[in-house]
Design a protein around this ligand. Structure first.
Ligand code: MLT
Length: 326
């Protein structure tokens, strides 16, 4: 018997290899869910739906976008971390993946252990806006007004873990002022509140704000990146308007639950690379001021390293600020 063992092992290994090759060839055989941690219609949702359309063409299965809002993106991340690792649930998330550990002491997932990384997607600058009937007309006037009226200013955001909250916090820190913050389930509804003059100020991604800036629906004080952006070349940065070294950029990545088969992640990653290269997605992102990440960043390894480096960067900053949600 013992002499036949290598043969059995070889046959078993071959059968397994053939079975997993067949499974990989079959994948995906049904619709895939892409979970978005913020409200429909907002900037993350815009990227997810545009990308989902291209991924769907490539994978030959519909990509169903599911908005799971709450707790600055952590509800959605916990949901995906605990979903079946069967290749049919993915998460798109931004900087919040790396800032949440410093903000929430009872996170139900670990950004470094609970996911398979798929790849990075786009970088998006942010813009500082105010309601159209807010008195200051530019950044210099806003700074002067804010110094005299800080206790009257309402700043909308999407809760701790959201980039609107990060940007708003850094703004208050840079000005040495405290405003009243009003959290929403995403900056989609926060923008609706701004347009309805229910809040005064919002820091939000160009993927939502450019159409409103161009239509003159809001007052626009500047961009949050260190350098000016090509989509709004005449718009000054906050950095050049006195907020020294102000530099906030949003990065988006795709994740799967830990344990998702490596071959499924590889199939999804290939589809992601093709989608990021598609003329329709490129055009849409260019129109909205977003930049598709370089080829090297479209990989699982790059996203994993980036999340780690962003956790290292932001944890001390946010802890020093003392914002902590249980
Ligand atoms: C959204 O999609 O609503 C935003 O990304 C929320 C945020 O500010 O992080």
């Amino acid at each position: 018997m013992a002499t036949h063992r290598p043969l059995y092992v070889a046959i078993a290994t071959m059968t397994l290899t053939m079975a997993s090759a067949a499974m990989a060839a079959d994948y995906p055989s049904r619709p895939i869910t892409l979970v978005v941690p913020f409200a429909a219609g907002g900037p993350t949702d815009v990227v997810a739906r545009s990308l989902g359309a291209e991924l769907g063409k490539e994978l030959k299965q519909p990509i169903v976008v599911e908005n799971r809002t709450g707790a600055g993106g952590t509800v959605a991340a916990a949901h995906v971390a605990n979903a079946q690792p069967d290749g049919y649930t993915y998460l798109i998330h931004h900087n919040g993946m790396a800032t949440a550990p410093a903000l929430y002491s009872s996170l139900k997932y670990d950004p470094l252990k609970s996911f398979e990384y798929v790849g990075e997607v786009v970088d998006v600058p942010m813009t500082l806006l105010a309601r159209k009937d807010f008195p200051p007309n530019n950044m210099a006037e806003f700074i002067e007004y804010a110094k005299a009226n800080a206790d009257k200013i309402n700043l909308a955001n999407a809760g701790p873990g959201a980039v609107s909250q990060l940007c708003g916090s850094l703004l208050q820190q840079a000005l040495g002022l405290k405003f009243t913050t009003i959290p929403y389930q995403g900056t989609g509804p926060a923008m609706t509140a701004l347009l309805g003059s229910q809040v005064d100020v919002l820091c939000d991604q160009t993927t939502q704000t450019i159409p409103h800036i161009q239509a003159g629906n809001v007052k626009f004080y500047g961009v949050t990146t260190k350098d000016r952006i090509s989509k709004l070349p005449d718009a000054p940065t906050l950095n050049e308007q006195g907020l020294k070294d102000f530099d906030v950029k949003v990065w988006h990545g795709i994740y799967a639950p830990k344990g998702t088969p490596a071959q499924d992640v590889a199939v999804f990653n290939n589809a992601l690379k093709t989608a990021l290269n598609s003329p329709a997605f490129k055009q849409k992102m260019a129109d909205l001021g977003a930049e598709i990440v370089s080829e090297e960043r479209q990989t699982p390894e790059s996203l994993q390293n980036w999340v780690q480096s962003e956790i290292n960067k932001w944890t001390p900053v946010l802890k020093a600020e003392g914002i902590n949600v249980n």
